[in-house]
Design a protein around this ligand. Structure first.
Ligand code: ZN
Length: 178
């Protein structure tokens, strides 16, 4: 589906829900949804707030309640178990393969035809699968490099301290001898 069609379809899903549940079709909700579907990457509430602030003045409370609604409508997914809460559009994105850094919370994509095939041929019990999300948790290369640097610094400091204390001991020993 083309990006333009997806924008229209998600807008229609929202309108239908709002009309059925007797809620007001406020322009803010549509602006939030439109902005979300312009994003290619996962985003935080702060990211969304900053993006919207250029055109609309929408409170964080409005953004949170809109996101809750979009998650319920299957238009947005909330990435679980990261240090920062991140969301991402999901309508028209058939399969989500995500690698999640547990240190910085960065969510990136990966591909796996084997997992996709395996899930497609899985027998589901009284259930019709529509789409899926696979999250793999770990450490991104940026954080790994940072951790390695910290570890090296720590080792160096330990070495320096031990050499210093050896030297001090030696000085005391020498003092005793003279
Ligand atoms: Zn990271």
């Amino acid at each position: 589906m083309e990006q333009k069609d997806i924008q229209q379809t998600v807008k229609d899903i929202l309108t239908q829900y709002l009309m059925q549940s007797g809620m007001r079709c406020t322009p803010e909700r549509y602006a939030i949804l439109h902005t979300i579907y312009e994003q290619k990457l996962p985003f935080t509430v702060d990211d969304l707030y900053a993006l919207l602030d250029e055109h609309y003045h929408v409170s964080r409370g409005t953004i949170y309640s809109a996101l809750d609604l979009f998650v319920r409508l299957g238009l947005v997914i909330r990435h679980p178990s990261t240090s920062i809460e991140q969301y991402e559009k999901c309508y028209g994105v058939r399969d989500h393969f995500k690698q999640v850094c547990t240190h910085c919370g960065r969510v990136t994509d990966f591909r796996s035809q084997i997992v996709a095939n395996s899930l497609a041929t899985t027998h589901y019990t009284r259930f019709r699968p529509e789409h899926f999300a696979v999250c793999v948790y770990g450490i991104c290369s940026k954080c790994q490099a940072k951790l390695t640097r910290q570890q090296k610094k720590f080792e160096k400091e330990k070495e320096r301290k031990s050499a210093e204390s050896k030297k001090r001991k030696q000085t005391i020993e020498n003092g005793k001898q003279s």
